[in-house]
Design a protein around this ligand. Structure first.
Ligand code: HEC
Length: 136
């Protein structure tokens, strides 16, 4: 190993560092980092939670407003009404899961058809549909 060889290795390393650094600088100037400093919104904590404590302070009026604003985009609430993308929800509590006649449920949700919707199951489903019925 003579001095010229070591010299070549050192020059190669130096050129590599300069090339990588230049590429990084060029990449940053072409594609600016637009990530917000703080998250714009936070996903809710998706752990399954017991619904009981929430039911104690549940508000029918607040729920009605939210259901009208959010759920009604896809669901009808009156018996015999037209659903949009989702099944009609009239009488859903106490009904077997994914069993409204005439609605084409996903295979994922139909796997729960032996169970009955209760408050806890509805909470689990609405908190994280993909966790409750992966593939929905
Ligand atoms: C973007 C459309 C959309 C919105 C908004 C929506 N849903 Fe749904 N919902 C669906 C679809 C589609 C299904 C059927 C899912 C499947 O087959 O896997 C469904 C299924 C359901 C079911 C199961 C019904 C059954 O017959 O077993 C319930 C309960 C439900 N949604 C409640 C709600 C509630 C409560 C809200 C509001 C908080 C809501 N959904 C908002 C589209 C929606």
């Amino acid at each position: 190993m003579d001095g010229r060889f070591l010299n070549r290795v050192a020059v190669s390393a130096l050129i590599s560092v300069v090339a990588i650094g230049g590429a990084l600088v060029a990449a940053r100037s072409i594609v600016p980092d637009t990530a917000p400093v703080a998250p714009v919104f936070r996903l809710p904590d998706l752990r399954a939670v017991s619904i009981e404590s929430y039911m104690l302070r549940a508000s029918l009026a607040h729920g009605t407003v939210l259901a009208g604003r959010i759920c009604a985009q896809c669901h009808g609430f009156a018996l015999g009404s037209e659903g949009n993308a989702g099944p009609v929800l009239a009488g859903v509590v106490g009904r077997n899961i994914a069993t409204l006649p005439g609605y084409a449920y996903s295979a994922a949700l139909r796997q729960h058809a032996a169970q009955i919707w209760d408050d806890q199951k509805l909470s689990d489903w609405l908190m994280a549909p993909a966790r409750y019925a992966p593939g929905t």
